[in-house]
Design a protein around this ligand. Sequence first.
Ligand SMILES: [Mg+2]
Length: 261
Amino acid sequence: MVARSGQALSPNARPAAFFDRDGVFNVDHGYAHKVEELEWIAGGPQAVRRLNDLGYLVILVTNQSGIGRGYYDEAAMHAVHDALRAHVGQAGGVIDAIYFAPHHEDAVVEKYRHPDPPDRKPNPGMLLRAMRDFAIDKERSFLIGDKPSDLEAARRAGVRGYLFEGGDLDAAVRGILGETLKQQAEKPPEVLHHQRSQTLLALACVLLAMPLAIMNFIGRIGLLWQLLEIALFGAAWIITRRESKRVVSSRAASKGQSSPT
Ligand SMILES: [Mg+2]
């Protein structure tokens, strides 16, 4: 089940920061469902804003078996999520999507009873659905949770998982972003190889299109060759544009990391 706002699918894959909720954004007193009892953990709004600014999707994946167990209903959970969005919004942060897993094998509410709910962490269902709903770059994505089951869900979904043991969430995120950039920096041959390949591909398209353009200019080619010429120039333009966007995005990430606020 999903409650969403913000951006939908994008043609360009973006990294995602997946977060557990209880024990990460709010102190986990057990089955939190009353807005007035929420106790925020420091740094949550700043962490979300930082990730927004760096182009990350911010996605919550939260087990909510309290709904299946009959402790509270979905409306109560949505009220908590509204409060969380408002709290994060104080720093200008935006949560792109919230996925929740209300099912449990011992649920008293029959519609929520399931022997092994695919969405319930440590199962990766919520993350996998997010990856279908959004264009996500798994390699640059990560999850932050406070339990081993969170990290296991991340592992099963193929993203890095980090255990949050309390303190300031923004400080934890800054550390993870630093590690991510370090990992990327440790792979320059691959990156350079990719950039070289893209440049050569664009150049090849232009070189193939040029003779056609000349023949077109002197009126010696038919419609099919004209279309091929347009397609080749178009492909070169798209490849160049995509690559320049990638470079701008990685520069923005480096800038954000070098001057944390
Ligand atoms: Mg938790």
